[in-house]
Design a protein around this ligand. Structure first.
Ligand code: AMP
Ligand code: FE
Ligand code: FE
Ligand code: ZN
Length: 282
């Protein structure tokens, strides 16, 4: 069984539509794929309708959170997408991305970059708008050579010249909301230092005590030492360990199934979830 529990579609900052994503997941030989767009479940219906025979789709989202001033991402799986409190929080975070993107555009304009909201809106389509869309605009304008090149202190990296914070959920609140909606939580890429400051181990312990289900260990942004350390921490705290590609289509270099999750861990996630069931293509 090959299980990839973290991917993005055009519903956020990926480049494949939800239907293309599930088709490519099957073609890549995956048995299970999770769709985890940033702060939205908008891609679920299209993905569910397109799941090919033999592939199982896990519906989810990647929630933008912040703890002690440090941004972090919380993967949430198999929650009830219609549960009002979690839905309201997702909408708050997603909607705040628009004025924040406009604020970053104003900062870029002040730095002499002629990017416009119309350009970014065209790139984002109806996806949850984020820095990768602005990064694509900077590539189009010839300001940087690649999306990755826009995530520097000169441009869009945390604390960079054109960066702005967005509304982000307290992760303890996120855990509470996801649980109340019948879902399961996994702290995404907790050791991804190149993205900015990481959450201290003591705080991960507090999140575990508050009901966090697992941590993502096998991820492209974790070096071997970080993976070993995180695996040990998960063992100490009784957390599930996952591995995933964090696939974004052509916006990142990773490929579907680049990292995978143990079938037993996947089984445990499904057992714990009460908000939704995985969908297998017929
Ligand atoms: P946002 O949610 O708008 O703050 O943008 C964060 C997203 O940018 C992440 O989910 C990644 O998809 C992407 N990202 C963060 N750091 C990098 C990086 N160094 N290179 C490329 N993409 C990145
Ligand atoms: Fe992303
Ligand atoms: Fe993430
Ligand atoms: Zn992601």
């Amino acid at each position: 069984m090959r299980i990839d529990l973290h991917t993005h579609s055009t519903a956020s900052d990926g480049t494949d539509s939800p239907a293309e994503l599930v088709r490519k997941a099957a073609a890549a030989g995956l048995d299970v794929v999770a769709l985890t767009d940033h702060d939205t479940t908008r891609g679920h219906a299209e993905a569910v309708a397109a799941v090919p025979r033999g592939l199982t789709l896990v519906t989810g989202a990647e929630l933008s959170c912040r703890i002690d001033g440090i941004s972090m991402h919380m993967l949430a799986y198999l929650f009830d997408a219609g549960e009002p409190a979690l839905l309201a929080e997702r909408e708050l975070v997603r909607d705040d991305r628009v004025p924040r993107a406009k604020g970053m555009i104003a900062k870029l304009n002040a730095l002499g970059v002629p990017v416009t909201w119309e350009q970014v809106e065209r790139i984002a389509g109806n996806g949850s708008v984020g820095r990768p869309h602005l990064a694509t605009a900077l590539v189009e304008l010839g300001v940087v050579p690649s999306v990755d090149g826009a995530f520097t202190k000169d441009w869009l990296a945390d604390g960079g010249r054109a960066h702005m914070d967005k509304h982000e959920t307290d992760p303890f609140e996120a855990i509470r909301l996801v649980k109340a909606a019948g879902g399961v939580t996994v702290f995404a890429h907790p050791g991804a230092g190149k993205r900015g400051r990481t959450v201290p181990e003591a705080a991960i312990g507090e999140l575990a005590a508050a009901g966090l289900d697992g941590i993502e260990v096998d991820h492209m942004d974790h070096d071997p030492g970080t993976r070993t350390r995180l695996r040990g921490l998960a063992g100490e705290l009784g957390l599930l360990v996952t591995g995933s590609s964090d696939y974004h289509g052509s916006r990142k270099t990773c490929v579907l199934g680049e990292h995978t999750t143990d079938p037993e861990v996947y089984g445990e996630i499904v057992r714990r979830a009460t908000g939704a069931s995985p969908v297998t293509g017929a």
